[in-house]
Design a protein around this ligand. Sequence first.
Ligand SMILES: N[C@@H](CCC(=O)N[C@@H](CS)C(=O)NCC(=O)O)C(=O)O
Length: 228
Amino acid sequence: MEAGRAKARAIPYTSQLVSLPRNATHTMKLFLKPGACSLSPHIVLEELGLKYETDTVDLKGKKTGSGGDFLAINPKGYVPALQLDDGTVLTEGPAIVQYLADQHPEKKLAPANGTLARYQLQSWLTFVGTELHKQFSPLFNPTAPEEWKETCRGNIARRLAWVNEQLAGKDYVMGADFSVADAYLFTVAGWTKFVKIDISGLPHLKAYLARVAARPGVQAALKAEGLA
Ligand SMILES: N[C@@H](CCC(=O)N[C@@H](CS)C(=O)NCC(=O)O)C(=O)O
């Protein structure tokens, strides 16, 4: 029975689009912390108009909103984690948002798999994750040495200046259409206001953040997290 359950919960590896499980019984649940990187999949759920629940995690105590063991949901101990309708848990923000986008290709939040545009989207997601998001992490860590924080601030400022150039003449990072990479970049670049990184000299980035913030799906996610 255990083996049967494990089989049912595994996301099948297939060359075709992965579909939501047929034996779906529960609503999808996003484990989040308001304002954290989990805002990115939250925005994507709203942009897609999907039915979902949220659970606000106590990251220090590793507890779910109802006091359950969050490590039983994600042993890595961090958000976001998305529990699918059949109980399968998917982790890692860039994977979660691509999975969600692929359920509704008609909403065009990610280019089709196998196309060059899809790899360009993944290039953006990887850049945001490794070159921006993880440079911010020490800035939120009270035990991180000040010297290290200064290095990270410099890295972020240089990389955001590059992002600013990329956004010249574009509405979104992939061009005319909003994509899951925008949900992630908006979330991470928004942290500049908490860590004293001045973006006033980056007009394309500033206009972009305002443009993304104005989207109804983004407003709905911000509101749900108490940030609007
Ligand atoms: N590689 C992960 C990183 C997620 C991550 O850094 N989450 C942070 C919030 S932005 C977190 O939950 N930190 C708490 C912890 O690590 O204990 C992803 O991209 O999803």
